[in-house]
Design a binder for this molecule. Structure first.
Ligand code: HEC
Ligand code: HEC
Ligand code: HEC
Ligand code: HEC
Ligand code: HEC
Ligand code: HEC
Ligand code: HEC
Ligand code: HEC
Ligand code: HEC
Ligand code: HEC
Length: 448
């Protein structure tokens, strides 16, 4: 066969595979597992059977697939000030680089169903990919002469997308900070106070006698007491506000949609991250039995929704920050947390021995307090997408560690695999050199 024939033969084969996959999917409806050309990446396998969410209904490829990636990740990359946005590569001056690697398309670097070539963060190219476009870097910067060509993004120095804690001016500004800053505290959350002020229900505290559930829908005494003591009762949120939306009939188990009517910010974070990604696709809620990470066996079937951390009637935030997580997670890192210095601080905060915000819970790192704007005002809210600052982990430097630690200490700790495993229970033994390089260059510039 001539090579052009081979090409057409491949196109035909792929098209028929695609069509067959589509009809097979449409016919069988239920079990789409058999149609998967291969399992999907760590980020996506929870929704891998929702083929349409990536491929669209017609299994179109190319721009349709690209549009799907942007639809779910576009805002996140924009907020991270993506260092390599598409616009960089539609610029004719970079055409020579695009010819080497077509970085206009996400799937050039992130393919799917290819577990054999898929690395951390769904990257399906070898980790010398940066070198393809940046092989001349040592000519511009002598400091890069002896650096191995596949270490750009693996040594805590650079990321492809998010360099917000890694750009040169930032390193110069923060490179000389001490390991511990003063004071060591995360900001206080205050969005809920604002919610309280604008709540549609009258914001007068409710007592036991005010509960408005019908007689056949009463709670056991201790569960009822949870509501009486909750922030909800204090804020005037009655049984019917959750159990009867828009005065409709009583709903026994109010879902995430109902919480959303008063807590939009939290629901949109939750559904964008790992915990809520199945609900966002209209699938059944995630349960620990579906996990690849180690989980406690006795909660295998417990669905993940707002109540799994807050309790339906408690609406608690303290239990949600550690106890809830430990109820499900059972990997080495999570199991080591209770012995860490951070956990001691958290216990001291709960006991009222140190200032509010000085403790470090699981949520302090994984659901950080972040500034949001609501009707033009700034508030500190809880980021409910626990995947947002997880990888690459330098994202935690600014959103979490630098409330309390200097830059160099934090970046060293995050680059140290032992510390991730022992949940930051010892001092870092790794030294990330980029801040020192930036400071040296800055000093030279100053001397000139
Ligand atoms: C998270 C997004 C995502 C989901 C969900 C997903 N795919 Fe894919 N799929 C991709 C990407 C990305 C490619 C790679 C396209 C490429 O390399 O050109 C792909 C490629 C394919 C191909 C072409 C095979 C190949 O090796 O090139 C088939 C067939 C396919 N997917 C079927 C499915 C089916 C069936 C489902 C549901 C059971 C599914 N996909 C779910 C993202 C997804
Ligand atoms: C329906 C929404 C949706 C679509 C479509 C989608 N993703 Fe994702 N993706 C997610 C969610 C949710 C996660 C898990 C949470 C996270 O890591 O942010 C994720 C995770 C990822 C990760 C991180 C994996 C990790 O291990 O940290 C990458 C990379 C990624 N997606 C790239 C893509 C690309 C490329 C496409 C298009 C082919 C795509 N996504 C399509 C929702 C989507
Ligand atoms: C030239 C290769 C390349 C292209 C093109 C690319 N990525 Fe990535 N992506 C990476 C690498 C490398 C990482 C690993 C973390 C890093 O270095 O930033 C990554 C990580 C990610 C992550 C997880 C970590 C994070 O920073 O949020 C997401 C989500 C992601 N990519 C989405 C996308 C989407 C969506 C597109 C298309 C708009 C895309 N990527 C295009 C190389 C690429
Ligand atoms: C397809 C080509 C291409 C690839 C692959 C590529 N880059 Fe880039 N990169 C560029 C272009 C174009 C610029 C714009 C500046 C320039 O022209 O050098 C840039 C700029 C940068 C910058 C400066 C950031 C800024 O905000 O100005 C850093 C840091 C960087 N790249 C790191 C990386 C790393 C790390 C990788 C591998 C994970 C990588 N690049 C892979 C093309 C690429
Ligand atoms: C903040 C919202 C909220 C408020 C306020 C609230 N509930 Fe609930 N309630 C829920 C949720 C969510 C569930 C479902 C829990 C689950 O899925 O197991 C639930 C479950 C129930 C159930 C069913 C329990 C079962 O296992 O079948 C009853 C009965 C109930 N609530 C009564 C009440 C009464 C009485 C009040 C007022 C004193 C009240 N609720 C106030 C959210 C609320
Ligand atoms: C009718 C509006 C309304 C509904 C519906 C509602 N909430 Fe609330 N919620 C509020 C208000 C107002 C506050 C602020 C009270 C406070 O924190 O002092 C609040 C506070 C909270 C808090 C923080 C409590 C604290 O101690 O700071 C949590 C957690 C919470 N809600 C979870 C939920 C969950 C989960 C659901 C769905 C099952 C839900 N809420 C449904 C109005 C509502
Ligand atoms: C994985 C556990 C977890 C899940 C699931 C979860 N939350 Fe939270 N939520 C927390 C933690 C922990 C805090 C408090 C963090 C802190 O104080 O730093 C919190 C805080 C809140 C607050 C108070 C916010 C403020 O700014 O004061 C509200 C309201 C809330 N959550 C609502 C929800 C709703 C609605 C859902 C479902 C979409 C939900 N949560 C799901 C763990 C969770
Ligand atoms: C009801 C059980 C349950 C609770 C409670 C829970 N998680 Fe999870 N968590 C899961 C499951 C299931 C996954 C998905 C694991 C997988 O896919 O392998 C997950 C994933 C994660 C991930 C990994 C995300 C990723 O993109 O790789 C982090 C981080 C995480 N949870 C942190 C927390 C924290 C922090 C808390 C408490 C504030 C918490 N979880 C509470 C069940 C739970
Ligand atoms: C001081 C900050 C910090 C604290 C406290 C913390 N973590 Fe983490 N966690 C991290 C970092 C950093 C990673 C690694 C991200 C990476 O590089 O992959 C991580 C990873 C994880 C993962 C993903 C593990 C994997 O193998 O993919 C889970 C799940 C998780 N943490 C849950 C928890 C739980 C549950 C707690 C509390 C019991 C907790 N973490 C406490 C910072 C923290
Ligand atoms: C609310 C403040 C606070 C935050 C946020 C915080 N830490 Fe800490 N951290 C501390 C304090 C205080 C200590 C010292 C505790 C002690 O010695 O008893 C500590 C101790 C440590 C240690 C152990 C040091 C040793 O020598 O044993 C490491 C490692 C560490 N932190 C890393 C981190 C990283 C990485 C982050 C971000 C992901 C982070 N911390 C976030 C306050 C914080």
């Amino acid at each position: 066969m001539r090579s052009s024939n081979i090409k057409w033969w491949i196109v035909w084969l792929l098209l028929s595979l695609g069509v067959a996959a589509y009809y097979g999917y449409a016919l069988t409806g239920e079990d789409k597992t058999a149609l998967l050309p291969g399992t999907t990446s760590h980020g996506h396998y929870q929704i891998e059977l929702a083929c349409d969410s990536c491929h669209g209904e017609a299994f179109a490829g190319g721009e349709a697939l690209q549009a799907a990636c942007i639809n779910c990740h576009g805002d996140q990359l924009k907020a991270a000030r993506d260092a390599h946005p598409r616009s960089k590569f539609t610029d004719p001056r970079n055409a020579n680089r695009v010819a080497l690697l077509d970085a206009r398309y996400c799937i050039t670097c992130h393919r799917e169903h290819k577990p054999e070539v898929t690395d951390a963060m769904g990257v399906t190219l070898p980790n010398d990919l940066c070198f393809i476009c940046h092989k001349d870097i040592a000519q511009e910067r002598a400091s890069h002469n002896d650096i191995s060509f596949d270490s750009c993004a693996s040594a805590g120095c650079h990321n492809y997308h998010d360099n917000q804690a890694l750009y040169e001016a930032f390193l110069v500004k923060h490179g000389n900070e001490p390991a511990h800053l003063n004071p060591q505290r995360v900001p206080e959350r205050n969005l809920h106070q604002w919610n309280l002020a604008v709540a549609s229900s009258p914001a007068t505290a409710l007592a036991a006698g005010d509960a408005d559930a019908p007689a056949n829908r009463q709670l056991a005494t201790d569960e009822f007491q949870h509501w009486v003591d909750s922030g909800h009762a204090t804020a005037g949120v009655n049984c019917s506000d959750c159990h009867r939306q828009e005065n409709k009939t009583w709903i026994d188990k109010p879902g995430v949609k109902i919480c959303e009517s008063c807590h939009k910010q939290e629901v949109s974070g939750f559904t964008a991250g790992k915990h809520g990604m199945r609900l966002a696709q209209g699938m059944s809620p995630m349960v620990p039995a579906m996990a690849r990470l180690p989980m406690k066996a006795k909660v295998a079937k417990q669905p993940l929704d707002c109540n799994s951390c807050h309790g339906a009637h408690q609406g608690g935030v303290k239990e949600a920050a550690v106890d809830a997580c430990m109820g499900c997670h059972d990997d080495e890192h999570s199991r080591h947390y209770p012995d860490s210095p951070h956990a001691q601080l958290w216990q001291q905060e709960l006991a009222g021995l140190i200032a509010v915000g000085s403790g470090v819970s699981c949520a302090t790192c994984h659901m950080p307090r972040a500034e949001v704007r609501q009707l033009g005002d700034r508030h500190v809210a809880i980021q409910h997408n626990q995947s947002l600052n997880l990888r690459p982990n330098e994202k935690m430097v600014r959103s979490v560690c630098m409330h309390c630690h200097g830059y160099q200490f934090a970046i060293n700790a995050l680059a140290d695999g032992t510390l991730i495993k022992n949940n930051f229970s010892s001092s870092p033994t790794v030294e990330v050199m980029s801040a020192q390089m930036a400071l040296a260059r800055d000093e030279k510039r100053g001397a000139r």
